[in-house]
Design a protein around this ligand. Structure first.
Ligand SMILES: [Zn+2]
Length: 59
């Protein structure tokens, strides 16, 4: 029973990440969804959780 349970958890994690990515921006470092902080993220171009730059500068 251990292996199917582990596989089920893995599937749930993969599905959750896919939904997170399709619903908005997710930080590449901490993988948190940034949709709730979209205004802050767009204004600062940084993740509101870990501070990593998530939006590239347009030159
Ligand atoms: Zn982050």
């Amino acid at each position: 029973m251990a292996l199917p349970t582990a596989l089920a958890f893995l599937l749930i994690i993969l599905m959750a990440r896919r939904i997170e990515r399709s619903s908005g921006i997710a930080c590449p470092r901490c993988t948190k969804a940034l949709a709730a902080h979209k205004a802050i993220v767009i204004a600062s171009r940084n993740c509101s959780y870990c501070g990593k730059k998530v939006i590239k500068d347009e030159n």
